[in-house]
Design a protein around this ligand. Structure first.
Ligand SMILES: [Zn+2]
Length: 507
């Protein structure tokens, strides 16, 4: 994986930047308020000033004064939100054929100013180097929080509790923010989590099915795990009439169609919503202040493959190598389209219905839910997939304000940076998203491709798309970042003659 190039994009930070006349959704969960003027000095929000009332001219006397070397951004009629955190965000690599610049620009173009890298598969050193370069604003990229794959960099497998402790100490000294687990023997889990928690190292798990019988979410959370990503391990914790998923007798985990098709029947095997077992498991996770990072979006092709294959952004923004990675292939992870049809999709729709109910209940009872995409697999494109995750949280029952709170404040809390990030408040860092439309009314205005509307001349037009993403006081033109990505894609197409086609169809 090459390194990201030095930054040439973005303006600022400024001694003084004033964002004028904007309507603010501050990320705390408070309703929108505006118009306000927001003063930023360097990378810090220093003043938020109410300057009037909706529908009447702004009271000029109430406006903060522009300093001699200050810069004004007119955001009248626009909305501002705290920068988004993609809490499950891979930079991609050889399999996807992506370069970091491509991925970073797609993220920033969708308002994502921070990411959690679960696994940091391009090596911990690579990830930490980019984390530091992003912190210093040497590259055009979101802030990076590195959750390194458990055992990564260890010579041979970790087989003793002491090795687990030593490994956790090593990655902590190197600067990792946390660990991503896929599963382990209980005594290894216990030692690693105990060490991580005593050092303040974060933890999350994708409870991979081959290891979930050893330890499901109820076990690992008791051992000190701080959060889960995806959903595996949760229905297993809710089993009452079995201990192991009802695998067909010819099941093979290495067959991706088996893996994903049977997963689609998993929630049906769990305790019913609202049952004693359902409440018992949920209440204990709430007591432990356990993070749930559902990544609904990454499984969406399971319930509607055509929607994902035909998503309109693929034409302009999906790199040919990434498109090829998504195609049916028995050897590629998440490319399980060997024989996928109505029955599989209907089962998955039911699976979603129950899963969404759990996540929404969890949020309603005070649980911490974060927003993540896992893009770069299963027809999901960086940035776009994150906005889609917001739509799926809406489908699950979240109010848009609850979604934005999950996208910013809840994530900042999990990462231990809520004193600096996660809301628009005086004293916090200037990580911000500006969009020309009210995103509560239609989350689709946050997509780089915008939302469709018919104008007064009866013509279909696009509205929205993030206008500016501000990271650490630096203003990025989100539309320009998208044009850069489009150019990268077009260049490869020009060189190779590549065209997007659908699987198995001859054009
Ligand atoms: Zn992932």
């Amino acid at each position: 994986m090459p390194d990201a190039p030095d930054r040439t994009e973005g303006d600022g930070p400024y001694d003084q930047l004033i964002i004028r006349g904007v309507t603010m959704i501050d990320g705390t969960g408070s309703p929108a308020v505006g118009p306000v003027d927001i003063v930023i000095e360097g990378n810090v929000i220093t003043r938020i000033q109410n300057v009037g009332y909706p529908g009447v001219p702004i009271n000029e006397n109430r406006r903060p004064q522009l300093a001699e070397n200050g810069y004004e951004l007119d955001a009248g009629g626009m909305y501002i939100l705290p920068g988004f955190f993609d809490m499950h965000a891979h930079t991609g690599g050889n399999a996807q054929g992506t370069v970091p610049e491509y991925v970073y620009k797609l993220w920033l173009a969708h308002g994502i100013t921070s990411i959690r890298e679960p696994g940091s598969f391009n090596s911990l050193n690579w990830t930490l180097r980019h984390k530091e370069r992003s912190e210093n604003n040497e590259i055009t990229a979101p802030r990076i929080f590195s959750y390194v794959g458990f055992g990564q960099g260890h010579e041979g497998p970790i087989i003793t509790p002491q090795q687990a402790r030593n490994w956790v100490q090593t990655i902590h000294e190197q600067g990792a923010d946390g660990i991503k687990f896929f599963g382990a023997r209980p005594e290894i889990w216990e030692a690693a989590l105990d060490e991580a928690n005593s050092l303040g190292v974060g933890s999350m798990a994708h409870h991979a099915q081959p290891r979930v019988v050893y330890a499901n979410v109820s076990h690992t959370s008791e051992l000190g795990l701080r959060g889960m990503t995806h959903w595996y391990g949760l229905p297993e914790a809710l089993f009452t009439d079995r201990v192991i998923q009802n695998y067909p007798l010819d099941y093979n985990y290495s067959d991706e169609q088996h893996r994903f098709e049977e997963a689609g029947k998993l929630w049906k095997q769990a305790a019913e919503p609202g049952s004693d077992k359902w409440n018992e498991v949920m209440n204990r996770l709430l007591e432990l202040d356990f993070e749930i990072n559902p990544t609904f979006t990454i499984y969406e092709a399971s319930r509607d493959l055509m929607r994902e294959r035909r998503a309109e952004w693929h034409e302009r923004y999906t790199l040919p190598s990434l498109w090829q990675f998504f195609q049916p292939d028995r050897r590629a992870h998440g490319s399980y389209w060997f024989d996928w049809g109505t029955e599989q999709e209907i089962a998955w729709k039911e699976n979603y219905r129950i899963w969404m109910q759990f996540v929404n209940d969890y949020k309603n009872r005070g649980g911490r839910v974060t927003v993540g995409s896992d893009a770069g697999y299963i027809f999901k494109l960086y940035g776009f997939a994150y906005i889609r995750e917001m739509e799926l949280l809406r489908e699950a029952g979240f109010h848009p304000l609850e979604i934005f709170q999950s996208a910013s404040l809840k994530a900042a809390e999990v990462l231990g940076v809520d004193h600096q990030l996660g809301t628009i408040e005086e004293g916090k860092l200037a990580d911000l998203v500006i969009v020309g439309e009210n995103p509560q009314v239609n989350l689709q205005v946050l997509y780089g491709t915008g939302a469709i509307r018919v104008n007064e001349n009866n013509e279909a037009v696009r509205v929205g798309g993030v206008k500016y993403t501000i990271k650490d006081g630096i203003i990025f033109d989100a539309k320009q970042l998208l044009r850069d990505v489009e150019e990268m894609v077009q260049q490869v197409k020009d060189e190779t003659g590549f065209e997007i086609t659908q699987p198995g169809l001859d054009y």
